[in-house]
Design a protein around this ligand. Sequence first.
Ligand code: UTP
Length: 322
Amino acid sequence: MISPDADPSKATRTSVRTVIVPAAGMGTRFLPATKTVPKELLPVVDTPGIEMIAEEAAAAGATRLAVVTAPHKEGVLGHFRPRPDLEETLRERGKDAIADKVNRACEVITVAPVVQERPLGLGHAVLVAEELLDADEDAVAVMLPDDLVLPRGVMDRMAEVRARFGGSVLCALELPREEVSSYGVFDIADCAEEGFADVKRVRGMVEKPEPAEAPSNFAAVGRYLLDRAVFDALRAIPRGKGGEYQLTDAIEALIEDGHPVHVVVHDGFRHDLGNPGGFIRACVDFGLAAPEYGPGLRRYLQARLAEDDTAAARDDGSGRGA
Ligand code: UTP
């Protein structure tokens, strides 16, 4: 597994104050669990994805997490509130390390909540958070809590790119072409600027194209550094795919208006916590890396897979597993 943190010596802090975390979606792919438990609180080992995002935002220098929730997803905000009763009981019982863990989310960054009354799409969720920004904030970050982008720290590079080229900066991963059809895919041009070999200029975006029609194999992942102009674009777009207001449509509109948009091609990978298949992989990766669970999990997986191989060999009559 790749180390979760980028080389800290390379990090420069972003100038953004506010990170918007949209967490008001329906979590359809995780039903029935998400009937009462917000998807953003499902734990990877023991830590919810949204807490990892809060840590990433704070590490990038942001001071405010604008959390967009739905009326029935109050638990998302509860996770960032202190629980003195729980802490006291844990400390009385000598469980200080767990009490510290319970407090972590409350201390890492200031949370500012805003409610999206109906799930009208990611673009709409970002738009409702505009009211939380100060008048002098000329850019804002958006981080999706169901996307773990590893190694962490890509926002720092995105801030460097905005400082050089202005406009908005997104994050891309280079994927095998056959995998791009579940992503937004960039139409890109090389950026011939020294020191920016990992950066490309965006000419357009296509949402979930067939592999043969994809303009590239560079796919969008859930990190955005957006010029404040995005809010005017969000107000102007009509409903798009699925009847929702799409953030990618607003970014397209910015590009059409001549607004500079670049991507940082991240040298790493992402875990998609938004669907059970991706979530299970993240749990395995983080579980293997956890000192208290890793060795046991490794032994279990090795034995379990060997058992499967033996059964498969027996079933195909080769006797390889005998
Ligand atoms: P997703 O599309 O992954 O989340 O949106 P979802 O809509 O909850 O998932 P499914 O498709 O129903 O399974 C990415 C992020 O944007 C938020 C989600 O909560 C998630 O964190 N979101 C999405 C909103 O805040 N509001 C919306 O209207 C839609």
